[in-house]
Ligand binder design. Sequence first.
Ligand code: ZN
Length: 527
Amino acid sequence: MSSVQLYDTTLRDGAQREGISFSVIDKLHVAQKLDELGIHFIEGGWPGSNPKEVEFFDKARSLNLTNSVLVAFGSTRRPKTKAEQDANLQALTDAGVKVATIVGKSSALQVTQVLETTLDENLGMIADSIRYLKTKGLSVFFDAEHFFDGFKTNPDYSLRCLAVAAEAGTDCLVLCDTNGGTLPNEVTVAAKAAKKLTPVPLGIHAHNDGELAVANTLAAVNAGISQVQGTINGYGERCGNANLCSIIPALKFKLGIDCVTEEQLAKLTEVSHYVSETANLIPDTFLPYVGSSAFSHKAGLHVSGLRKWANSYQHIDPAQVGNQQRVLVSELAGKGNILYKARERGLDLPLRGKEAQKLLGQVKLLESQGFQYDNAEASFDLLVHRAKPDYQPPFELVDFMVVVEKRRRPPTQQSLEEMLSEAMVKVRVGTEILHTVAEGNGPVNALDQALRKALLQFYPSLAQVKLVDYKVRILEESIGTGSQIRVLIESSDGVEEWRTVGSSTNIIEASWLALADSLEYWLLKQH
Ligand SMILES: [Zn+2]
């Protein structure tokens, strides 16, 4: 079967999902992860839309992508202007990328009703914009917005838009189900009509409003399209985009299309979790292929069947997508996983049977208390170190106290009330005990300041370490303020970033644990 190229838009369309806000650092990390998965094109954002997007493309120049090509997104020029004077097209040529995707209308009704211009002017906008970007040396993909809806009411015009884009030299015509309401059989008919029209490669960009984005994408592949657009975990506006975590294994296992290698596919579950953690969304355990329930079986008939024949109640081998069958995870397999992970992290572990068993018990206990190590490798490394009988921590907490106070100010001041946070920390370094006090703009910040004040006397280089991200997750929402809280902290020394985790029913304690791990991890690496 023909080849298919994967195009990820998690960082642009995916970020449109309610509740997602990626920082520039988040986006750079996700891009790196998508590269590991073997995604061919990564749509990084819309540089014409805001300065954060421009900053991303600037910083992305130093990304070391081995499999992926970074793409900048934009739109066709505005009506009745010149392409060379269009700021949004200019931003695409300034983004430092080799490929640009531009969206343009391909539905007659959308042109007259929403864009409020003439059908001919829209064709001019498509042609001019593509030609302009081509003269700047870019490859250009054309997202034909509302193509399938337009094809239903005025197929001639929708196909005319594609023909004009093809003539202007576009490298791929991407058929969009923008409103996500098209059915698979309708996709087949429209995609075949497009295929007949032009030899230019076709793509599909499907939304999930009818819960058919994956089905529509596969229908389009069967009709001969060669570029598949989607997002990790199906994140996207409204009900989301086509889910690449379902599409990639379907292409590989069900349609026999070699879009990624077996090694890359085995990272799928990891990438899915990585993106949900980065987006600060609870991973959906019921996602096909990558969810933790996707291959889990309750005791009974299925389990006894599984014992006789591993595939008796599963449609693929979960290991192929980096997932696992849950009932069959024995203590032994668990231990093997941990030792494997420690080796993968470059930790030279002379942990013998008993110590490894102890470490496994520790991990299981902590995970049951809300710690989670998939996205906090630095805390995992520390756990492994702490399992060694001769481990000497660079510092130890004796105790801490945090005071948060709301004070009334004299009426002459602009704000009548202010919040004060002060932390007192007692830590032991070697045989010495240090007692420090610091203020902060919040309790966690005050704690951070007080701890640093103490440690800087012994480890001045610690000044390089900065906290770059702080995420709080409530784990058992039903219990309200009494629930378990997980804090994930990302730190950087300007060269490297690392993540640590803390969990407690108390947000300050959870923060403290993640914070202390962050500094301990860095000190350990330096000495
Ligand atoms: Zn979209």
